[in-house]
Design a protein around this ligand. Structure first.
Ligand SMILES: Nc1ncnc2c1ncn2[C@@H]1O[C@H](COP(=O)(O)OP(=O)(O)OP(=O)(O)O)[C@@H](O)[C@H]1O
Ligand SMILES: [Mg+2]
Length: 492
């Protein structure tokens, strides 16, 4: 099923957000505290953390990462340097994960989503949408792509489908040798453009759990995972079609929080308890993997760690964006985030190209098209007129018109015959009745034939809804029965 096996570490980058009004109280009176307690050396990928209550002579703590992004960094910088290569790998058939990790209010959602309406402030997810579809549009004509998306959240340790308006209470996790850990019955929608995939994200964002706390007005109260599956079919050197499947997990975690700081009560407090529990399970998984001794890894301790099983220590290329706030009053939390980020750098993954998996939907889809095409050719007797290769449905409309014309002619002939029988004075009444009856049966057969062909043609068109963006990328859209997708979504 797969090849190109190699090992690589999880890539870890750190981002610090600017000081905000809430931080200001803590910064006032901090000696030299222009940027709070964090200094970054972008060229060296270093973060220097200063303890605001340090004893005289206590050294500052320095950490080095693959890249660091300071408070003046732009969304685009992070995307181009850190995310872009990951998206290319996904299009080549690797699994890829990017997850944002850090204390509440430090910029995880800002980094992953950003401000959709301001191009400069768009985050990883909208930029990834653009990128995926632009790359597909630029790819060579011999490649066919099928892009699907799902969106879920883990809220109080339950998995919810954000694209299903009437979801069952909670979805279950399953595991298979082909796709690793997956969510059973999760909605998966085919997307043919940036607009369509954005609409999906909007649908999900409207129902994801967000609430206000003292530390963040729009605090994520759940972990979210937006999954994009890209299947690509291409003719190999052996002349056969080969399918590669890349899965991209875009993960926006909820942040760790202390009740004393967030001031949460009631439901918010219960949410916080579950958030902290699953984040500590994630911390344990990171620690177990990072020590490199190959001991037990407690993936099963939370839904989050099970879902991230392939991303941490498995078949995926993974990027962690650890987010920090610069305020001195959060020194301990910032140090904890940096320590976990530092440990994560040691995690070894084994990413490989997922080639020709049995469950590729593209193959199922191609088989269905071939079957419908054969049926249509047979029905309309136009098999020999149609080119076997490159039949893209365009010349087909001409063919359909011809067949329709022929059918009309036959109908007219039958109508004329009917008239002639009626007006023929030499026929006995009984004979006339018999001939008119035969004429009616022939007319009925003709109509039935037309209806069946129309149905087949319509089905075929749904299957081969092929369009080309710009010039080359070819998309195939899958018919509804093969995928679960809520009917209210706009593109079926
Ligand atoms: N790099 C940044 N530049 C400008 N503003 C930022 C940046 N990072 C975060 N912010 C702002 O800080 C606030 C909190 O950010 P955000 O909601 O992304 O935090 P979070 O880590 O997702 O928190 P939570 O864990 O509570 O969901 C938001 O108003 C956001 O716009
Ligand atoms: Mg958030």
């Amino acid at each position: 099923m797969s090849k190109v096996k190699s090992s690589e570490t999880v890539k870890v980058v750190v981002r610090c957000r600017p000081l905000n009004r809430k931080d200001a109280a803590g910064v006032t009176g901090t000696p030299g505290g222009r940027g709070g307690i964090i200094e970054m050396d972008v060229d060296r990928g270093q973060v220097v953390l200063r303890n605001p209550r340090a004893l005289p002579g206590e050294p500052q703590k320095t950490f080095t990462f693959d890249s660091v992004y300071d408070a003046s960094s732009r969304q685009r910088d992070l995307y181009d340097e850190t995310v872009r290569p990951l998206i290319h790998s996904v299009l080549d058939g690797f699994n890829g994960t990017i997850f944002a990790y850090g204390q509440t209010g430090t910029g995880k959602t800002y980094t992953m989503q950003g401000e959709w309406l301001e191009p400069e402030r768009r985050g990883v997810i909208p930029n990834a949408f653009e990128h995926v579809f632009t790359q597909i549009a630029r790819s060579t004509a011999d490649r066919q792509y099928l892009v699907r998306a799902s969106y879920l959240e883990i809220y109080r340790e339950e998995i919810r489908d954000l694209l299903d308006p009437n979801p069952p209470h909670t979805l279950e996790l399953r595991e298979s040798p082909e796709s690793g850990v997956y969510v059973r019955d999760l909605t998966s929608c085919v997307c043919k453009s940036v607009k369509e995939i954005q609409e999906l994200m909007n649908v999900g964002n409207q129902v994801r759990s967000v609430g206000a706390t003292d530390m963040n007005e729009h605090s994520s109260r759940s972990h979210t995972l937006f999954l994009i599956t890209v299947e690509c079919s291409q003719t190999g050197p052996d002349g056969r079609q080969h399918i590669r499947v890349g899965r991209l997990n875009l993960v926006d975690l909820a942040g760790s929080e202390r009740q004393a700081k967030t001031g949460v009560h009631g439901e918010r407090l219960k949410e916080a308890a579950k958030i902290n529990l699953s984040l500590s399970a994630l911390g344990n998984v990171i620690s177990a993997l990072a020590d490199g001794r190959g001991g037990h890894v407690p993936y099963r301790d939370s839904k989050l760690t099970r879902l991230l099983q392939d991303s941490l220590g498995g078949n995926a290329k993974t990027v962690m964006v650890a987010t920090l706030g610069p305020a001195p009053q959060h020194y301990e939390e910032t140090l904890t985030t940096l320590r976990y980020a530092n440990r994560t750098k040691n995690i070894q993954n084994q990413p490989r190209v997922n080639e020709d998996p049995k469950d590729a939907l593209l193959r199922e889809f191609q088989k269905e098209i071939a079957r419908l095409r054969a049926q249509l050719s047979h029905r309309e007797g136009r098999g020999k007129h149609r080119k076997e290769e490159g039949w893209d449905g365009e010349g087909d409309e001409e063919g359909e018109e011809e067949v329709e014309k022929e059918r009309k002619l036959q109908e007219e002939r039958l109508e004329e015959e009917k008239e002639a029988i009626r007006e023929d004075g030499s026929l006995l009444a009984v004979e006339k009745q018999r001939l008119l009856g035969e004429n009616e049966i022939m007319m009925g057969d003709l109509r039935k034939e037309r209806d069946t062909t129309e149905q087949l043609t319509a089905k075929y068109k749904v299957h081969t809804h092929i369009y080309r963006e710009e010039s080359l990328g070819v998309f195939l859209s899958l018919p509804p029965p093969l995928l679960s997708c809520p009917a209210h979504l706009p593109f079926f």
